[in-house]
Design a protein around this ligand. Sequence first.
Ligand code: A3P
Length: 266
Amino acid sequence: FLFKTRRIFCFKTMQEQDFTYEGIQFTTNVYSPESLRYAHYEFNVLDDDIFNVTYPKSGTNWMIEILNLIKHKGDVTLSSAEPIYERSPWVETLPFKDKMNALTHPRIISSHLPVHIFPKSFFKSKAKVIYTVRNPKDVFISNYYFTKMLQGFKKPESFQEHLQNFLEGNVAYASWFDHIQEWMKMKDDDRFFFVTYEELLQDLRGSVVKICKFLRQDLDSEAIDSVVKHSTFKAMAENKMSNWSTMSSEVLDHTKGSFLRKGIII
Ligand code: A3P
């Protein structure tokens, strides 16, 4: 249904503060043409970098939590002290250049970029990508409620209007369908690990073990238990460094909802 319907709609509703970069619409409060060009052409990817790539609302922050806990062998010092959005910043955003210098190695870097504007140097490196995909129905619902919290973004008039925008790719990072199709072309590359949000939900421990194997991180059973314990929905919702409650109300209107809203498969 979703694959067929999206082709029907074809108009754009850009706002004044938006700009496009290689066909993708961005807002000037988080990105600039320079920040996009930097990520695309100048950012120097290192062989031990780990990229956490998603289409928005697919579990990006969940993977940030998991990957940082794995990196620190289940130790929660970092995740109890540093807001989640600082731990693995988004390569394409304005503050990335400053935040990058504070990252320890291996760097865990987030991104929602589609393949065609992903850092060029990644493709010549040995860096790895973990790509989390979530079913589009839940991505859409999550996105709908998140948009209500986001300050400075045009709010959809109705659920129907937002669905229409989502299906035609007239939302942040454009079409879910194109994003998945582009990234899935990398599925046989040994630097690429594909996981679904649904798998994480159904078998978090099993997924953590597979991610450790992919990253060649040798964690003992106790460390894995700690990664799992601290990356459940409940643990993250209760951790103010992981639930985005520390984000300025100029960016997120906390009276309109919670970042960790439901965390379920509908
Ligand atoms: P919902 O809005 O459906 O609750 P992203 O980080 O890409 O913006 O994705 C946000 C979505 O991931 C939200 O979905 C959020 O609740 C969910 N999420 C974050 N951490 C989670 C966890 N530990 N378990 C399950 N879902 C989680």
